[in-house]
Ligand binder design. Structure first.
Ligand SMILES: [Zn+2]
Length: 275
């Protein structure tokens, strides 16, 4: 089976794959002497091609892999990056090391292997270099900034490359599709704050965790509107004592599948009831 995993040139120093072939989007940034990969896709094979493509295109080695958050479609392809420095927020590492996540992901990994060659050979690899609020990687005159915000998950972080005004948002943004906002560690307030922070940074390009790239800070408006509208729906439902099954979702991103919808409603209900 031949697997293709091409990288799209976003700017002279950044590339990404947003086709969904590796499930979660991934990409990279070339500084002067080395590259930084961002997320590893869900498969070892696509992770491997991602790394090869980065090193071939820019002709410098990958020195760091930044993991934006712990979800399988962003971390299961880490294996080909075993020899480079894998980094994430401290909370992402903590979530990955807890026994509940480990046992849940063992089942996930077994199920993936049944999908055939693409799902084989996964190793559960936890980042080793951890940051709390912010980390800068500097190389000569170029640098990236990584911000831990929480939101989509408690460990969620995004990467900014100010030189070309590009932000890799991880799953803080799902473009043109109903977002997954039902993770047990999802914090709706932090998610809204993270989106507002990225909008304030006024990037030219935002690369989401899923879906095509977004252009300009204004493209984040409907994402922020969606979250605020959903928050209002949930708070009204709590005030009116509605049951989860009688609660709707904003229609900005269409109707999600029942599972994703129920997870979002139940999680946000619990969050705002206990707030
Ligand atoms: Zn995710």
């Amino acid at each position: 089976m031949t697997i293709s995993y091409d990288l799209e040139t976003i700017t002279p120093h950044t590339v990404a794959n947003t086709t969904g072939e590796g499930r979660g989007n991934a990409g990279g940034i070339a500084l002067r002497n080395f590259c930084i990969a961002i997320d590893s896709t869900m498969y070892v094979k696509t992770g491997e091609i991602l790394r090869n493509n980065l090193e071939t295109k820019f002709n410098i080695p990958v020195k760091y892999l930044v993991i934006t958050h712990y979800h399988g479609d962003h971390i299961f392809g880490i294996k080909p990056f075993k020899d480079v420095c894998v980094l994430s927020s401290e909370i992402t590492s903590k979530i990955m090391l807890n026994s509940e996540t480990k046992s849940r992901y063992q089942v996930f990994i077994k199920d993936l292997a049944k999908e055939g060659p693409i799902g084989e050979g996964l190793e559960y690899i936890v980042p080793t270099l951890l940051f709390t609020d912010k980390l800068i990687i500097q190389d000569d005159d170029l640098y990236i900034e990584i911000f831990h915000t929480g939101g989509h998950t408690a460990g969620s972080s995004f990467v900014s490359f100010p030189y070309e005004k590009v932000i890799f948002a991880g799953d803080l943004i799902f473009e043109n599709t109903f977002p997954y906002i039902g993770d047990p560690t999802c914090n709706p307030e932090h998610l809204i704050e993270a989106l507002e922070k990225m909008r304030e940074m006024d990037a030219d390009i935002y690369i989401p965790g899923h879906g095509p790239i977004l252009k300009g800070a204004n493209s984040l408006n409907r994402h922020i509107d969606f979250m605020i509208e959903f928050k209002n729906i949930i708070q009204d439902a709590i005030r009116d004592n509605l049951n989860a099954k009688d609660i709707g979702v904003p229609d900005i991103f269409g109707e999600p599948d029942a599972n994703r919808k129920n997870m979002a409603i139940n999680h946000w209900l619990n969050f705002y009831k206990n707030k």
